[in-house]
Write a protein that binds this ligand. Structure first.
Ligand SMILES: [Zn+2]
Ligand SMILES: [Zn+2]
Length: 248
């Protein structure tokens, strides 16, 4: 299996991360990745850049150091209605949207509340991926959630940084991805890198993938065409990516 994409990464625009876009792209190129998504934090997180940072990403070229760069964001789920902290004038411009629970914006509630929030986020057609869903403190019914992910065509990520830091217990990740496998959910393998050397480093999550024996055809991080087609179809107001130009 060859992973060619890292779809959850931070730059120093999120002030608890430490590398530039160019440094991230150089490491991505060196590790033979074809795509990375820029997913700095959305405006309500304490370390986030001003909303103009997300809105202005169109000034960046589509390819940097030979790597296709998706202009994205890691949005915060702010309530059980599934609202996100992305201003309306910004959300349509983005090519990749990760939605995550973060304690400052969504202090843990009950498992039913977490599932309700997940269901409502699923109804937002612009959201691509749920970020680090197995972080401790956010239990929910994995079987019910997996049905929703399939129904609404959402991607669930296996998050390297969350596993490495201990924020996710491995057993929770195994249980969630077993439930996802049963329902045929698409997944992504993401570094959530906060430093360039972490881009494309998936060693902890690959252990879990091997344990769960996740079907390769459901791991979108191996599929360049799927990713680019999804961006073009699901983000109709964002800049289109020319597939042929990207293939070189
Ligand atoms: Zn996060
Ligand atoms: Zn993140």
């Amino acid at each position: 299996m060859k992973i060619i994409a890292d779809l959850h990464t931070h730059t120093l625009a999120s002030s608890h991360a430490y590398s530039t876009i160019t440094e991230n792209c150089e490491i991505a190129r060196d590790r033979q990745l074809k795509v990375i998504a820029l997913t700095d934090h959305a405006p309500l997180m304490p370390d986030a850049p001003h909303e103009w940072h997300a809105a202005n990403q169109y000034v960046l070229p589509q390819t940097i150091r030979g790597v296709c760069v998706l202009k994205g964001i890691e949005a915060d789920i702010v309530n059980t209605d599934g609202d996100l902290d992305i201003p309306d004038y910004v959300i349509g411009k983005l090519q990749w949207i990760v939605a995550s629970f973060h304690e400052p914006l969504f202090p843990p509630l009950s498992a039913d509340d977490h599932l309700a929030a997940i269901e409502n986020v699923c109804k937002n057609s612009l959201v691509d991926v749920f970020g680090h869903l197995t972080a401790s403190g956010y239990p929910f019914d994995y079987s019910e959630a997996a049905k929703l992910f399939t129904k609404y065509d959402k991607i669930v990520e296996l998050n390297e940084a969350s596993i490495r830091s201990g924020a996710t217990k491995k057993i929770n990740a195994v249980r969630l991805f077993e439930a996802c496998k049963k329902e045929g959910v698409k997944i992504a393998v993401d570094s959530d890198a906060h430093y360039c050397e972490r881009i494309g480093d998936f060693s902890a999550v690959c252990e879990i993938l091997n344990e769960v024996k996740y079907p390769e055809e459901l791991i979108i991080s191996t599929d360049f065409d799927y990713i680019i087609n999804r961006v073009n179809q699901n983000h109709p107001s964002a800049p289109k990516i020319e597939m042929t130009a990207m293939r070189g």
